[in-house]
Ligand binder design. Structure first.
Ligand SMILES: Cc1ncc(COP(=O)(O)O)c(C=O)c1O
Length: 400
């Protein structure tokens, strides 16, 4: 079937939630993908921060191939080796003592919210149900995760959402303290707001939030779904800010492209979620866990990739800054940590994204559409960056 026919048929069959670009992708290796007409693209979006090692990374492919031949699925009524291996790596390399495995970001958030609720209700009584979240946050599309997402555009048409969510400005710790009351259950934040526009908080923000949470004995949930698994040059972004959260959520990069999510916590909080309080049929699926083990082993190997991510990030940001010098009328600011980078524009970015795609570069937008979002794999090279920047440069000259 030709691309045109595939697109036309798909448009008739799917619930029309996505506005897709008119290409049909078939194959990927490293940072490159090819469409069904063999046109090549440099993928600087990486499945929106999922393909942390690029497309079809060898170690992940081999791990998945091995596992699908051995055991594809069993219930969580039984133990499996890949699940244990994954939990061991996550616990060994984080603040956490215990892990719950699920399938996606939104499911990880649901679990984290439920965990905080049951822990705080057991400890302080049934009124402890309110969450404090931030404006411009993004935590997912299910009712719980949507309820703590601080962007009205995603709520519209789906209200009523969870009651008792209070939103405060991001990067304002005092605002959190002001809304804490005897019903507060937890604070939930992204260490760096990704979908909301690549918003990086000031250096002491998370530390201050941590102190406030300690003062009022309220758990701090950090959503590391986009920032985790090496995206920022550390395994988890909280490491940049020298704070220890109480609960984190991860997904996206965790499976190297295979769907998997998790929430992690300390022993005391974990004990609140006893038998039959939470479950997930596919959570901890052996194939997904094998992929995640291979991904984490690669990301953590000798610390090389994490270190490389920080170094290549500097190169990329420097290049983008020279682009800013050249296109001062269109580029306002470059901001990023590791390979989570945003280019804030003075104009809407959708035309730029479309033109980049035509020239063989996949990127996305964030925030109100005026931020270009770059989340390439950790294996991106200087040559890839040079090519990408030169495409953006030429596109900038074509848009007004
Ligand atoms: C920070 C953050 N949290 C949660 C989610 C939701 O994850 P998922 O799309 O896997 O449900 C996303 C997705 O973009 C995200 O960036």
């Amino acid at each position: 079937m030709e691309a045109k026919e595939i697109i036309a048929n798909a448009e008739k069959l799917f619930i029309p939630t996505y506005t897709r670009f008119p290409i049909v992708l078939r194959k990927g290796r490293g940072i490159k993908v090819w469409d069904i007409n063999d046109k090549e693209y440099l993928d600087f979006l990486g499945g929106i921060a999922v393909n942390i090692l690029g497309h079809c990374p060898r170690k992940v492919v081999i791990a998945v191939q091995k596992q699908v031949q051995r055991l594809i699925h069993v219930s969580n009524l039984y133990y499996t080796e890949p699940q244990l291996q994954l939990a061991e790596i996550l616990v060994k390399n984080s603040f956490a003592d215990r892990v719950f495995l699920c399938n996606s970001g939104t499911e990880a958030i649901e679990g984290a919210l439920k965990l905080a609720r049951i822990y705080m209700k057991n400890k302080f009584g049934k009124n402890r149900f309110e969450f404090i979240a931030t404006f411009n946050s993004f935590h997912g599309r299910s009712f719980g995760s949507l309820s703590v997402t601080g962007q009205k555009k995603y709520h519209e048409g789906f209200e009523p959402l969870l009651e008792g969510v209070k939103f405060v400005p991001f990067n304002d710790a005092e605002a959190i303290e002001k809304v804490i009351n005897e019903n507060t259950c937890a604070v939930i934040l992204e260490p760096i707001q990704a979908e909301g526009g690549i918003n990086i908080p000031s250096k002491n923000y998370l530390k201050k939030v941590r102190e406030i949470c300690n003062k009022y004995k309220i758990p701090l949930i950090l959503d590391e779904i986009q920032t985790g698994i090496g995206r920022t040059g550390k395994l988890f972004a909280y490491e940049h800010f020298a704070v220890e959260p109480d609960i984190i959520t991860v997904a996206k990069g965790l499976g190297g492209g295979i769907p998997i999510g998790a929430f992690l916590t300390k022993e005391e909080i974990a004990q609140a979620m006893g038998p039959k309080t939470h479950a997930s049929t596919f959570g901890g699926n052996p194939v997904a866990c094998a992929a995640a083990v291979a991904t984490l082993e690669t990301v953590l190997e000798d610390g090389y990739l994490l270190d490389y991510c920080q170094r290549i990030s500097k190169y990329f940001i420097k290049k983008l800054n020279s682009l800013k010098e050249k296109h001062t009328d269109k580029i306002k600011e470059i901001r990023g940590i590791g390979l989570l980078i945003g280019v804030e524009l003075t104009i809407d970015g959708s035309e730029i994204v479309k033109k980049c795609l035509d020239k063989g570069l996949l990127i996305g937008t964030a925030g109100d559409g005026r931020v270009l979002r770059f989340t390439p794999p950790l294996v991106v090279t200087k040559e890839d960056i040079d090519k990408a920047v030169s495409i953006i440069d030429s596109v900038m000259g074509e848009v007004s």
